[in-house]
Every structure is written in structure tokens, then in C-alpha cells.
Design a protein around this ligand. Structure first.
Ligand code: PMP
Length: 426
């Protein structure tokens, strides 16, 4: 009897065969079963993609097939199931490497997501490089997961956390950022795209400024990967953190890109199985990256499923998808801007994926709850970016965030819903 193997390549090829080009939002929507549902007799309008994206059928099917036919632990088995799972897991690493154009697959470390990737850098590289009296620079734009790990690191090491301000449009003040760099600055951590305002940060400029002063740069790429082509070599960054679930893959999996020469000198993050070369009670030697940073049994299905999501993206007309999304954002900004009493928060020239707004005194949670009755899912709150809220002196915003499967009709429904909210409170 031959053992079943679960091919992840097949699904991509199958998608490729029937994928219409150029980008066709109708056919793309058909790949995402969750979008095809109703609540209270109204079709779902899903505009919370910055929180998490929906999954194409190929990813959902893959996860099922993996557990039905291939489940086994990796790297240790000499039997076929384990070898196939290992091959698929390592294959996913290569897919991610190619997707972000890393120079080497060993520069991709699997993690639980952006949060863990940033914590990994703080706990290893950070502890190695940041000492008493040193400085770490972040910005006012950051998600809490790109502030808290650095705050904790600085507190532990006796270092100082500095932040560059944003202007009222939501752009990072790069002159101020440059002005913050001193001979004690040990690293800069900055988002590529803001999850609360949608600002696209000119990362190459940031890297030029930082590297000009020999300061390494850690990028929070959680919101960039779903909206922009990301090329880590072109960006020149030292680390790039991202999450699978924000790019149509499963939750619980993400990755850290790190320059290999840096990963090589970093101490382990967690101790456990798989990450060692040799263990005695007197001495332990550690495996080379990326294995050194992947202690214990990883989210095997998640990692391979992340790879399947990347297959899906590769099979799309991705440029067309990104253009479509850009058009949606423009259309949403124009449409919502026409509504009396609505203020768009975050008006940077270069934005991606996110439109935050408020309606004067109406609490964003009320906006979200009323929109939910219209079967429109948006996010309301501080979006784990309390310093951004503080900048605008507001407690929260309502945030619509887009993916390429959204449509202008979704935005029309949103605008209609917002008008209903305003009518209710007037
Ligand atoms: N950074 C940004 C900019 C984000 O939007 C998010 C998710 N909201 C994160 C980091 C954290 O990502 P995760 O929860 O997947 O670790």
C-alpha cells in the first residue's frame, strides 16, 4: 500500500489553470467561502482585514487534508509520513523566502506571528546589543506589539525608549527620527504600514538614515505584506516581522526574516527540542539558524498552510489585486468624505488598506454595533495603537480595512450604514 501524500503545489497549479487574468474580483471572491454568507438576511460585508484576513478554499482544504492524510511530526521521523511533512514544512520556508525575496531560506524563522517575531528579536538581538544607558527608537505610529517588547527590553537593560512623532496626517517625521539617533542608539523598530491609519512608511529612507549611522532596523511588516510587494533585500532592513493570518493564511503562524549574519550571532530565544546540536549536563551547543530559534514542535500545518496561502497569492494577478485595493481605498476615502459629520483620521499621501474615521461624539463602538446589524464587520477601538489615539486626542476610531476581495459595493454598503448611524443619533 502506498501512503497518501498531500501535495501543496497541486493546489497552486489548479488555481493557476482557471485563474482569469487580469484581476477579476468576482472570481476571487468565489475562492473565499466565508464571504458568501448572510446575517439577518444581508450578505456579509467584511471590512476587518487588518485584524485578520479570510482564507481561500485552497488553504482550508489543505489544512483538512494535512490532518486527514499527512499529520506527523517533522525533522525526526525516518518514515514516509514524517519525511513528507518535513519536506512540506521546509518547502513553505522556501516559498516565504521567495515571496519576500530573502537571499537565503535560512533567513526565515517560523514564529507564531508578528508579535512573537518582534519579541524574538528583542529577547535575543536586543539583549545582546542594548545595554545600560543605550537607546532604542520606535515611532508614535506603532502597534503595541512594536512598542511593548522594546519597553520591556529597555526596562530590563536600563536603556531608554525614544519615539519619533507623527504629523497630523499620520506620516512619521523622518527628520525628527534622524534627530533622535545618537551614538547610544542600538536599533530602530518601525512599522512598514500602520494598522490604525494606513500610512505607508518609506522604509528605504528609514533604512538609509539608520544604516548611515550604523543602526540596525527592525520592520513590523504585519500590515504591509497583504497590500504591497515586499522585497527585504531591496528595503535593506535587518529584520522583518509578519503574520500568516494577515495574508490569507492560518492563525498561529508567522515568520521573522533576519539577515543571516545577524541570526548567526544571536543567542537562542527559547530552549527545547530541535534547537540544539549536542546536550550534556555540562554543555549545550545550539543548532544553526533558523532551527536555533524554532524550539519544540512548531505549528506544522500552519506553516505549510501559510505556504499554500502564498501559492494562492502567487497564482493571482497580484499587481492587479493591489491596484484594485488601491482603487477601493481611494473610492472609500472619496465616498466617506462626502458624509457630513464624518472625519477621516489618517490622511497620509501614501496609504494602504486602512481607513479610520470618527463621527464626532458618537462612540466608535456604537458605530460598530449598528453596522453589525447591517451585516457589516468593521473594527472599533484603539487598534492596539494607543499612542496614535493620544496624538489625535481621541479614545478610539472606527476602522474599515480592505483586502483585494472587497468591492465598491461593500463601500457603498458601508457608507449607507454610516448614514444610518448618523440618522439614529441626530
Ligand atoms: N503590528 C501590526 C501593525 C499589526 O496590525 C498587528 C496585528 N493587528 C500586529 C503587529 C500583531 O500581529 P499578530 O497579532 O498577528 O502577532
Amino acid at each position: 500500500m502506498s501512503l497518501p501524500t498531500v501535495s501543496t503545489e497541486k493546489s497552486a497549479a489548479a488555481i493557476n489553470e482557471d485563474r482569469p487574468t487580469p484581476f477579476d474580483v468576482k472570481s476571487v471572491r468565489a475562492d473565499f467561502p466565508i464571504l458568501n454568507q448572510e446575517a439577518a438576511g444581508k450578505s456579509l460585508v467584511y471590512l476587518d482585514n487588518a485584524a485578520t484576513t479570510q482564507k481561500p478554499q485552497s488553504v482550508i482544504d489543505y489544512l483538512n487534508r494535512y490532518y486527514a492524510l499527512q499529520n506527523s511530526n517533522i525533522h525526526r521521523g525516518v518514515y514516509r509520513l514524517s519525511e513528507a511533512a518535513t519536506e512540506a514544512y521546509e518547502g513553505a520556508r522556501h516559498k516565504i523566502q521567495r515571496f519576500i525575496n530573502a537571499a537565503d531560506h535560512r533567513e526565515i524563522v517560523f514564529t507564531r506571528g508578528t508579535t512573537e517575531s518582534i519579541n524574538l528579536v528583542a529577547e535575543t538581538f536586543g539583549k545582546m546589543r542594548v545595554g545600560q544607558g543605550d537607546e532604542v527608537v520606535v515611532t508614535e505610529l506603532e502597534h503595541h506589539s512594536n512598542i511593548v517588547p522594546w519597553y520591556l527590553l529597555c526596562r530590563e537593560q536600563g536603556a531608554v525608549l525614544r519615539h519619533a512623532p507623527i504629523d497630523d496626517r499620520g506620516d512619521v517625521d523622518l527628520d525628527a527620527l534622524e534627530g533622535l539617533i545618537t551614538d547610544r542608539t542600538r536599533l530602530i523598530a518601525i512599522a512598514h504600514v500602520s494598522n490604525s491609519l494606513g500610512t505607508v512608511v518609506p522604509i528605504r529612507n528609514v533604512v538609509d538614515i539608520a544604516h548611515g549611522k550604523e543602526v540596525p532596523v527592525v520592520i513590523d511588516g504585519a500590515q504591509a505584506l497583504p497590500h504591497l510587494p515586499v522585497d527585504v533585500q531591496d528595503l535593506g532592513c535587518d529584520f522583518y516581522a509578519f503574520s500568516g493570518h494577515k495574508v490569507f493564511g492560518p492563525t498561529g503562524i508567522g515568520a521573522l526574516y533576519g539577515r543571516y549574519d545577524l541570526l548567526k550571532e544571536m543567542p537562542p530565544y527559547q530552549g527545547g527540542g530541535s534547537m540544539i546540536q549536542k546536550v550534556t549536563f555540562d554543555e549545550i551547543t545550539f543548532a544553526d539558524p533558523p532551527t536555533r530559534f524554532e524550539a519544540g514542535t512548531p505549528d506544522i500545518a500552519g506553516a505549510i498552510g501559510f505556504g499554500v496561502a502564498i501559492d494562492y497569492l502567487n497564482a493571482l494577478d497580484l499587481e492587479g489585486a493591489f491596484n484594485h485595493e488601491h482603487d477601493l481605498l481611494d473610492y472609500a476615502a472619496r465616498t466617506l468624505d462626502e458624509i457630513d459629520g464624518l472625519r477621516i483620521i489618517g490622511t497620509a499621501e501614501h496609504k494602504a488598506g486602512v481607513l479610520s474615521f470618527d463621527l464626532g461624539d458618537i462612540h466608535p463602538h456604537d458605530i460598530g454595533t449598528i453596522l453589525d446589524q447591517e451585516s457589516i464587520a468593521i473594527r472599533t477601538g484603539h487598534h492596539c495603537a494607543q499612542p496614535v489615539m493620544a496624538h489625535y486626542d481621541i479614545p478610539a476610531t472606527a476602522r474599515a480595512s480592505f483586502a483585494f476581495y472587497n468591492t465598491r459595493e461593500d463601500i457603498d454598503r458601508l457608507a449607507l450604514g454610516v448614514r444610518k448611524v448618523l440618522d439614529l443619533f441626530r
